[in-house]
Design a protein around this ligand. Structure first.
Ligand SMILES: [Zn+2]
Length: 321
């Protein structure tokens, strides 16, 4: 196995519960890689080191270690084995190793040169890693583990509904339904992390691609980025829509019917449009003034007014404000 393969193995363990590596596993790792992972801080000795796997059986069954005096009277370590009954194990064999998730968060924070320190939000499940510059703005980067577990939604909840966050997961990309709102860009570390000699690196280009891909999928789903939904933009859009509905011609038309700026405006407002007498006056003056407008009316055999055909859509717009 290569060191990168071991790294992926560690990511798989990070997305699992109680995965430890023992002396048998370590024997298959490339020479020195155990030390490298310890130094990087993503591997640590597991707290429960009183188990050992059988060095004799092929299935490597794991047993509780007991201490008894050996033939020479000195304490020795033993495990129970169905075939050998009692088997001596070395202290080294009793040691287990596990992924240090807080160490992984710290490592990611420094590898990505994120601003701020990583902060655990839910122990062993969710960390705020810091912010990364992104297209003239910044985006929050988070680390989450085991999002596919039954309680995944409660882990995903603090990520928020905006869909702007970049959520790193060790390996498992969860179902979109785990997210409370817009689906953030979820990137599996397996895809972007690697070892460069003894250094842990995040492939920046691969990360950008993965995030852009996730953003594109979100856009396809019709999820508009949060910033475009800012109140100001909505208001501008609504104003534009209303403006287009009440064209100058519509205001002038209403004035022809009602005969005064005030009456025309009142009729339009009553019909659900947003306008006032000054808007009507401006429109009439733009059209050449009251006399020209009234002459124009004479040439129209049928006069239809905007206010006589209130539209629900326009009401919705004004009510939303
Ligand atoms: Zn055995």
């Amino acid at each position: 196995m290569t060191s990168d393969a071991i790294l992926n193995l560690l990511f798989a363990a990070a997305d699992d519960v109680g995965r430890t590596f023992d002396h048998r596993d370590l024997a298959e790792w490339p020479a020195g890689s155990h030390r490298v992972f310890l130094k990087l801080g993503i591997l640590r000795q597991s707290a429960g080191g009183l188990m050992a796997s059988c060095p004799s059986c092929d299935d490597g069954h794991v047993e509780l270690v007991s201490q008894r005096p050996g033939p020479d009277g000195e304490p020795r370590l033993y495990i129970y084995c169905p075939e050998q009954l009692r088997l001596e194990v070395s202290a080294e064999m009793c040691r287990g190793w596990e992924v240090d998730l807080d160490g992984l968060a710290t490592l990611l924070n420094s590898a990505m040169e994120l601003k701020g320190k990583p902060k655990p939000l839910i122990p062993n499940r969710l960390w705020r890693l810091g912010r990364i510059p992104w297209e003239g703005n910044t985006r929050e980067v988070m680390l989450a583990t085991r999002l596919g577990d039954p309680d995944g939604a409660s882990v995903a909840a603090p990520v928020g509904v905006g869909g702007r966050a970049i959520v790193l997961v060790p390996r498992q990309v969860p179902d979109d339904r785990v997210w409370p709102g817009r689906v953030p860009a979820v990137v599996a570390l397996e895809r972007v992390a690697e070892l460069d000699d003894d250094r842990f690196v995040i492939d920046g280009v691969a990360l950008m691609e993965a995030v852009a891909e996730a953003d594109a999928v979100a856009l396809e789903r019709g999820e508009i980025p949060q910033e475009q939904l800012a109140a100001k933009k909505v208001r501008q859009q609504v104003d534009k829509a209303i403006k287009s509905m009440l064209s100058n011609e519509a205001l002038v038309q209403e004035y022809r019917i009602r005969g005064s700026y005030r009456k025309a405006a009142d009729a339009l407002v009553a019909a659900g449009y947003r306008t006032n007498r000054y808007a009507v006056e401006r429109a009439v003056k733009t059209a050449g003034g009251p006399d020209a407008v009234k002459q124009g009316a004479d040439s129209n055999s049928v006069i239809r007014t905007v206010a006589s055909q209130p539209r629900d859509r326009s009401k919705n717009f004004s009510q939303r404000r």
